[in-house]
Design a protein around this ligand. Sequence first.
Ligand SMILES: Nc1nc2c(c(=O)[nH]1)N[C@H]1C(S)=C(S)[C@@H](COP(=O)(O)OP(=O)(O)OC[C@H]3O[C@@H](n4cnc5c(N)ncnc54)[C@H](O)[C@@H]3O)O[C@H]1N2
Ligand code: MOO
Length: 407
Amino acid sequence: MSRSVEEHVHEVAEAIRRAARRRAQDPPLLRPVTEELTGRLATPAVARLDVPGFDNSQMDGFAVHAADLARADIAPVTLPTVAHVVAGDARPPRLDPGSVAPIMTGAPIPLGADAVVPVERTGAGEFGPVDGGTLVEFREPVEPGTFVRTVGADVTSGAEVLEAGAPLHPAAIGALVVAGVESVEVAPPLRLAVVGTGAELVSGAVPDSNSRALAAHARELGLPVTTHLVPDDPDLLRDVLAQLAAGHDLIVTTGGVSAGTREVVRQTLEGTPGAWFDHVAVQPGGPQGLASVRLGDREVPVVCLPGNPVSVLVSFELFLRAPLARAAGRVAQRPSGSALLAEPLVSPAGRLQARRGTLTADGSVSLVGAAGSHLAVSYARADVLVLVPEHVTALEAGDTVEWWRIA
Ligand SMILES: Nc1nc2c(c(=O)[nH]1)N[C@H]1C(S)=C(S)[C@@H](COP(=O)(O)OP(=O)(O)OC[C@H]3O[C@@H](n4cnc5c(N)ncnc54)[C@H](O)[C@@H]3O)O[C@H]1N2
Ligand code: MOO
């Protein structure tokens, strides 16, 4: 039975969620904290350092005893400076009451000082000699703690930096580094296999662009991926899928699902337990399949995409990207919005149409290339999918359309 887009989105997402849950039962991977980290934490990361590591200044200014300035609004207070303190200095000696220390942003607060007055709020508005020995005028009181970044305000040593399951995005890597965490236990990532099918690919008559593009998508999400080619031979495909199921968590095939005489994916998997092959109400990307390969107690989903290159990429965006991104600890949704259409279009009744487009400087959206699902180069020149709802068969220039960013 054919499916709505929403139904197929749900079915594929559920299959991937189950695969991710199974994969999460495999032992976590111990990984050094570097910019190479991706995925999600398997276990909580615990701080080895206080963040900040010491009380330090939030401003370029003067470290003071707030009590010295308690009446500065009634009568200006003039105080002598000691030597300046800069970021990277060891904690300076105690600051005696009645004196102030020029201090730079990030520099350690001298013992005894309890506030910082920014340089521009002092009499001359400048620092004077770095060795001290000059006089600075203050005209306002300051609350203790002002512009002091206190030790451990962000996280304290021994406390949790990030919880189990937290995505390892760039900010997370920075947080782990600043908290002195040198290695973490990462959830094992979903392992993808992409299988291109068709005699024309094996002979080289048609380059296997689908596998490369899908693998690049997986890589962009930080997921390991292998690519494979199989001719129009169901017995061979069955064997390849069984082998791949042993070392992968998700298999994505392209091609061989429609109505021809050589539909190797459909011929291999249709009729196997739980398999579904039919049309989804979308164009391109109509013919789809979802099946699984059982290997002992492992059940590896096989998402079967059509062969046309644009259909593959649109299918990836609609059905695969969000659940894979979620599993990989990446932002699941692409940016989307609405804009005025720069030109008219027609669309098939009863199907969501995904045309390729580009957002122009005036805020409208222009179409890129025609509707054909073989126009892979036009797809690559577009930066949005233009989504035309099922019930709409024609739009005029100036009508509002939804877009979904793809690049
Ligand atoms: N009678 C019907 N014919 C077709 C229907 C239909 O409903 N009834 N649907 C059309 C639609 S829509 C699509 S999409 C395609 C899907 O067909 P398949 O999934 O069986 O794909 P193939 O026939 O194997 O290939 C289609 C096309 O794509 C090229 N291709 C395939 N794999 C790759 C690859 N890895 N890299 C680059 N190009 C690839 C292949 O050479 C073909 O040109 O069916 C329509 N027909
Ligand atoms: O859906 Mo096919 O995917 O239109 O070319």
